[in-house]
Design a protein around this ligand. Structure first.
Ligand SMILES: [Fe+2]
Length: 287
C-alpha cells in the first residue's frame, strides 16, 4: 500500500532499479512515499503558512500554470505574485521528478494547489467532504478514461498530514457497480451544452462520479471497509493515482499539490487503469 522511496534529489538520473519499483508500485495502486524529499520554502515564503492567505471560500488556492492565474487567495499585488511563484516552483519540481522517474512521454501538467486550511475543522456536505474515503472524480472536468496523478508535499512546520487509504480499486468497484443507477446518455449531452462540464462526460466519467458519491454516502463502507492509516510527516512528499486509490484526508495543514493527467496508453500496465477495470467488470466500452 505504501512504497517508500528514499530519494533525496528532485532531479535524476535515477537508478533503473528504483524506477522499475516506482512504476510497478504506482500503477498497482500504491502510494509512493518520499520521506527524504522536502519541498523547501524560502524564508520570505514562510509568511504563507497562514490560513489567512485563503479567501475563506474555496478549500484550496489554485494556480493554472499555463495562464499564471491564481484563484481563491486573499492576497494581492506583490504578495500574491510571490505566492504564485512559490506554487509554480513546486509544480516545476514535481514535474521534473515525474519526468525523471517514469517512462511516460506525455504527462499534462494540470493545476497546482496550495491547501492552507486545517483539514479537521472544516465542515462540508458529505459529497464534498474529503475526510471520507473516495476516489477522485470531478463533476465539471470529464476525463474520458485519462488518469489523475497527484503529487503532494507536506510543508507544515510541525503537523503531520493524516490519510486513510482504502481497499484495492477492483474490490471496491466490484462491490459498488451493481448498486449504481442506469446510465442516462441525454444528461451528459445536456451538461455539455449548458456548459456545466468542460466537454462531454463519457460513461466512464458518469460511473466514476457515481462511485465517488456512493462511497462517501455509505456509512457502513466508510466505517468497516479495509483501510489503513498513513501519516506523512512535515518535509515529506507522496505521489498517487487518486482516481484509483481510495483515500481520505483526515488532518493536517499546509500541503502543496500538483495534478497531472495522462492517457491510459502511456501506462506500462494499461489493464490496471480504472477505465479498463470498469470495462472488464461491466462488459461495456466506457470511453
Ligand atoms: Fe481526493
Amino acid at each position: 500500500m505504501l512504497e517508500t522511496l528514499a530519494l533525496s534529489d528532485w532531479n535524476g538520473p535515477f537508478d533503473a532499479e528504483i524506477k522499475a519499483r516506482a512504476l510497478s508500485a504506482l500503477e498497482n495502486g500504491a502510494v509512493l512515499f518520499f520521506p527524504n524529499l522536502p519541498f523547501r520554502l524560502e524564508e520570505s515564503e514562510k509568511q504563507f503558512l497562514d490560513a489567512g492567505v485563503s479567501d475563506g471560500k474555496a478549500k484550496n488556492i489554485s494556480l493554472d500554470h499555463a495562464t499564471g492565474r491564481m484563484q481563491a487567495s486573499s492576497l494581492t499585488g506583490e504578495k500574491a505574485d510571490r505566492l504564485a511563484a512559490m506554487m509554480e516552483r513546486f509544480g516545476r519540481q514535481a514535474a521534473g521528478l515525474v519526468h525523471g522517474l517514469f517512462p511516460y512521454r506525455n504527462v499534462e501538467r494540470a493545476r497546482t494547489s496550495f491547501r492552507p486550511v486545517q483539514v479537521k475543522g472544516r465542515s462540508y456536505s458529505k459529497i464534498s467532504d474529503d475526510r471520507l474515503l473516495h476516489i477522485d472524480a470531478f463533476p465539471s472536468r470529464p476525463m474520458r478514461g485519462r488518469r489523475i496523478l497527484r503529487f503532494f508535499a507536506n510543508v507544515a512546520p510541525a503537523a503531520p498530514r493524516h490519510w486513510q487509504v482504502g481497499e484495492p480499486f477492483e474490490d471496491f468497484a466490484r462491490a459498488f457497480l451493481p448498486r449504481l443507477g442506469p446510465h442516462l446518455p441525454g444528461k451528459s449531452w445536456l451538461y455539455d451544452k449548458l456548459g456545466v462540464t468542460h466537454g462531454r462526460r463519457s460513461r466512464y466519467d458518469e460511473l466514476m462520479l457515481s462511485l465517488h458519491d456512493a462511497a462517501k454516502l455509505d456509512a457502513n463502507f466508510q466505517r468497516n471497509s479495509p483501510q489503513q492509516a498513513v501519516s506523512f510527516p512535515p518535509g515529506s512528499c507522496w505521489l498517487v493515482f487518486t482516481d484509483m486509490v481510495l483515500h481520505a484526508a483526515l488532518g493536517g495543514e499546509f500541503a502543496l499539490e500538483q495534478t497531472f493527467h495522462l492517457d491510459v496508453a502511456e501506462l506500462a500496465e494499461p489493464e490496471r487503469a480504472p477505465v479498463r477495470v470498469l470495462e472488464r467488470l461491466s462488459g461495456k466500452t466506457l470511453a
